[in-house]
Design a protein around this ligand. Structure first.
Ligand SMILES: Nc1nc2c(ncn2[C@@H]2O[C@H](COP(=O)(O)OP(=O)(O)OP(=O)(O)O)[C@@H](O)[C@H]2O)c(=O)[nH]1
Length: 370
């Protein structure tokens, strides 16, 4: 990977991973870094905790699987309370590098309010260079199935008590709702610990708490395809077919669960506890305006099972193609001169997603444009 892979004017995408203590944020990020496929990813963590790092700035990380180019720890406690002192200088430092990262992943402490962090991306020094790719909220299905937010509520209380920088004393429930309200994608993790019925019940409850078009994906150990977690792949969209294969490989990920012959309640169920994924490339006609594309893509994101829509499309009267990136209700478009592969969108989602419904949204464009 070279610096050249970041086109001038192209913003670096940042993914915010939020969720309560023990929900599985670190596990999800580790898995993501392992599958980074050579992408230069910087990781900003709010607390090193169980990742086993020390030092405030490491070049890469001790784990041989860890593909993070840079791991930066924010030391001043709660990320949402120290945005200006800690987070912004860290971002500026990362951006000033000779080889800036291609993607930034930020793991917030379970106690952080994500909204101030999301707002920090509109600071002038950051805004022109970085864009929020998406907010991923990781939830603990096992805890929620028992009517709790975190499995270890005592540890949660301890973390709160120990966090001196925490200058908001909102109740945990409020933090939880804030984390959900911010989510572009919800990962319902630890699905292996609950029955399919309990999982469905939790999912229905959460669905009532998120914004429209925010999808909830069940996972074990946060093993989601990288295409679902991160947008804006540096590689051309053309190799989506190859990527599709990865999705199938994804089904094999949990062979380590095969050896559960113990008669434990949680492992009785033979159905699988994670979602399977697929992706499609759909050719689309040219659009009247960016607004038009955005409106259609937003409708596409509301289709059941659609987790991401991305690609490059043509806008009438414009030489440069418009790039499209959407996750949940977050739809972004921008012009990219020199980009190729215009006129197609990639739809990524849960197996069995209603592709025809998505296609219909874009066929209608052609008629309207006559
Ligand atoms: N059974 C099960 N355990 C999981 C799953 N995902 C994570 N865990 C375990 O849950 C514990 C907490 O996971 P972490 O990834 O450290 O959670 P976290 O959200 O980063 O927690 P903090 O960093 O402490 O806020 C670890 O022991 C993980 O191994 C899962 O899907 N199923």
């Amino acid at each position: 990977m070279t610096v050249a892979s970041i086109k001038p004017g192209q913003k670096i995408p940042a993914t915010i991973v939020t969720g309560f203590l023990g929900a599985g944020k670190t596990t999800l990020i580790r898995n993501l870094l392992k599958n980074a496929q050579g992408r230069r990813i910087a990781l900003i963590v709010n607390e090193f905790g169980d990742m086993g790092f020390d030092g405030s700035l490491l070049n890469g990380c001790a784990d041989p699987d860890c593909a993070a180019d840079e791991v930066v720890e924010l030391t001043n406690g709660c990320i949402c309370c120290t945005v200006a002192d800690d987070f912004l200088p860290t971002m500026e430092m990362l951006l000033a590098r000779d080889t800036p990262p291609e993607h930034i992943v930020i793991e917030t402490s379970g106690l952080a309010l994500p909204q101030p962090l999301v707002r920090a991306f509109s600071w002038p020094s950051v805004k022109t260079k970085v864009t929020v790719d998406g907010v991923v909220t990781v939830l603990d299905a096992a805890a929620l199935a028992e009517g709790r937010i975190a499995l270890d509520e005592e540890a949660l209380a301890e973390q709160r008590a120990a966090d001196e920088a925490l200058d908001h004393d909102s109740p945990v429930e409020e933090l939880f709702h804030d984390q959900l309200a911010c989510a572009d994608l919800v990962v319902l993790n630890k699905a292996d610990l609950v029955s399919a019925d309990a999982l469905a019940e939790v999912q229905a409850k959460i669905a009532a708490d998120v914004r429209p078009s925010v999808h909830i994906v069940a996972s074990e150990k946060g093993t989601l395809p990288i295409e679902v977690l991160l947008g804006r792949e540096s590689a051309a969209e053309d190799d989506m077919e190859a990527r599709h294969e990865h999705h199938h490989h994804h089904h094999d990920h949990d062979d380590d669960h095969d050896d559960h012959d113990h008669d434990d309640d949680h492992h009785h169920h033979d159905h699988h506890h994670h979602d399977d994924f697929e992706s499609f490339v759909i050719p689309v006609p040219s659009f009247a305006s960016l607004k038009d594309v955005e409106a259609r893509v937003l409708k596409g994101m509301a289709v059941k099972g659609v987790l991401r829509i991305k690609g490059a499309v043509a806008i009438e009267g414009k030489a440069a193609p418009a790039m499209v990136q959407a996750v949940g209700p977050r739809v972004e478009t921008w012009f990219a001169s020199g980009a190729d592969g215009s006129g197609r969108l990639v739809v990524i989602g849960l197996k069995g997603l209603d592709l025809e419904a998505v296609k219909a949204l874009f066929e209608a464009v052609a008629e309207a444009a006559e």
